[in-house]
Design a protein around this ligand. Structure first.
Ligand code: FNR
Length: 204
């Protein structure tokens, strides 16, 4: 069986980003048969409709990465009760030009870490609204909200083993969700490969 790819987009881009640390830990815990693949979304230019039909190479490469991925994982900080602009910018690129929404029918999930007690609840729910509009198939449970202020040490190592278990359980659930929505051995195209299909039924 080929390793299946989970494109993981992280909205935190600062050098000490908690969400990047969360990504590193999650990547190391990738379930068997799956790998979490990142992307430097901060290098993408700002989305403009002037560029959408003939995007710069870096955007074209990003779009190919979406096409080739089996699922999408967003790991986001909370900025003013929403997601950072850098993440929204990447999402907008993948959604255009009109009629060529690359997110459509991909299995997806959200995680997030903040320094606040509600651990990105506001950001993830804002994001899930966008994901519903883009026709991503978002896993509803389990949810993952992390107050990351005490979870990692200075060098980014996870020091709370309960959190490690939560991350592991979350990823196992996500893989089950991916297999449910878009099974590897589906005889029909599978929702994740249904680009261009407007009314494709669920295939599980
Ligand atoms: C924040 N932060 C924040 N935290 C929160 O729980 N709710 C919020 O609405 C906000 N808003 C917000 C806006 C802006 C512009 C910044 C810079 C920060 C704090 C935020 O959770 C904290 O900085 C995280 O550590 C950011 O994630 P990374 O960069 O560490 O991954």
């Amino acid at each position: 069986m080929q390793t299946r790819k989970i494109l993981t987009l992280v909205g935190g881009i600062s050098s000490g980003s908690l969400n990047q640390k969360l990504f590193q830990v999650a990547r190391d815990l990738s379930p068997q048969g799956y790998e979490l693949i990142g992307d430097d979304i901060q290098k993408l230019p700002f989305f403009s409709q002037d560029l959408e039909n003939d995007p710069p190479d870096i955007v074209a490469a990003f779009k190919n990465k979406i096409r080739e991925s089996d699922a999408i994982l967003f790991i986001t900080p909370e900025y003013n009760r929403s997601i950072p602009g850098v993440l929204k910018n990447a999402i907008d690129w993948g959604s255009r030009p009109y009629g060529q929404n690359l997110w459509k029918r991909k299995p997806a999930a959200t995680m997030g870490a903040s320094i606040g007690n509600i651990g990105t609840y506001g950001a993830q729910h804002h994001l899930q609204d966008v994901m519903a509009y883009l026709d991503l198939c978002t896993m509803a449970q389990p949810e993952f909200y992390l107050n990351g202020s005490k979870a990692f040490n200075e060098s980014g190592k996870l020091i709370d083993q309960n959190v490690k278990k939560l991350i592991s359980n979350f990823l196992t659930s996500f893989v089950n969700w991916i297999e449910f929505i878009a099974p590897e051995d589906a005889k029909s195209p599978g929702l994740h490969k249904s680009e261009g299909l407007e009314d494709s039924p669920f295939t599980h």
